[in-house]
Write a protein that binds this ligand. Structure first.
Ligand SMILES: Nc1ncnc2c1ncn2[C@@H]1O[C@H](COP(=O)(O)OP(=O)(O)OP(=O)(O)O)[C@@H](O)[C@H]1O
Ligand SMILES: [Mg+2]
Length: 265
């Protein structure tokens, strides 16, 4: 499968309210709070990156729908699926691809989708959705927050998120396989798709570890980004640890150049 989620003109406009909330948390160094119920569902997602909302009929949106259809085709029995989204190096477009793919999945009737921000290094799911930072998976894995309280409904129908939460001092300690398996098991009972946004595979072990637990991995590759040998190295690493790479998502392709450039299994 090859999918191209490319869109060329991405800005970084966030709503004044949400970015103020984001910086307020950082400036005062206050511990993150649990999210008030329904908070996220009342805040409109206005970011330019969310192309399925901003330009639902545009070619980038169509590319994300094609990616969604490819993933759906790999899942003919419609069983709940967990998919880890990673890349070889940073900044390839993982988080934006995760949110757009999630939105595309919710366009299918009745599908319920949750995006789990598994990037403890640079969490960005809340930022792209214009939401203030709140407690999330870190607190759940520590046993400080019930999973139910970490799940936040968004303004997008049938799309929920779980934030990364407080940056852990020792992320690897938090990545306990049994605890994560148990969280994913609970999420699979409630959602058709669990999309896990993670760090670059060559930087940290988290994506490899999560990839080995999840049903599949989507490798995000930016055109002109990570050199081919690093993409191949990441692919090898993920597969060696038992990960099942479903395919790649090519980002950053200028309009009119959306052709296959990277072979897929
Ligand atoms: N398909 C795309 N086409 C063009 N620009 C994109 C695309 N997807 C994301 N971007 C831009 O690239 C930058 C990085 O995107 P994003 O945050 O999704 O990357 P990432 O891989 O999650 O980064 P990190 O490794 O830091 O988590 C952002 O400025 C975003 O707006
Ligand atoms: Mg990211």
């Amino acid at each position: 499968m090859l999918a191209n989620g490319g869109h060329s003109a991405i800005g970084s406009t966030f709503t004044a309210d949400s970015s103020m909330g984001f910086f307020r948390n950082r400036r005062l160094r206050q511990p993150l709070q649990p999210a008030p119920p329904d908070e996220a569902s009342k805040i409109p997602a206005l970011g330019d990156e969310l192309v399925l909302l901003r330009d639902p009929h545009g070619s980038a949106s169509e590319q994300y729908r094609r990616l969604r259809n490819s993933i759906q085709a790999l899942n003919p029995d419609g069983a709940p699926r967990t998919v880890v989204i990673t890349s070889a190096v940073e900044g390839e477009g993982k988080t934006v691809a995760t949110l757009n793919l999630a939105t595309a999945l919710t366009e299918l009737p009745r599908l319920r989708v949750v995006v789990l921000d598994g990037d403890f290094r640079a969490p960005a799911v809340e930022r792209y959705l214009g939401l203030p930072r709140r407690q999330g998976i870190t607190e759940v894995l520590r046993g400080d927050l019930p999973l139910d309280a970490a799940i936040r409904q968004t303004c997008i129908d049938r799309l929920d998120i779980i934030a990364a939460g407080e940056k852990p001092k020792n992320p690897s300690e938090l990545m306990n396989v049994d605890r994560i398996k148990s969280v994913l098991h609970s999420l699979k009972r409630r959602y058709d798709y669990v999309l896990i946004d993670t760090t670059p595979a060559l930087d940290l072990n988290d994506p490899s570890m999560l990839g080995a637990i999840a049903d599949g991995i989507l490798l995000v590759v930016r055109l002109g980004g990570a050199p081919r040998h690093l993409v191949e190295e990441a692919q090898q690493l993920l597969e060696n640890l038992g990960g099942n790479i479903l395919g790649t998502c090519l980002t950053g392709a200028p309009p009119g150049k959306r052709k296959k450039t990277y072979g897929t299994p």
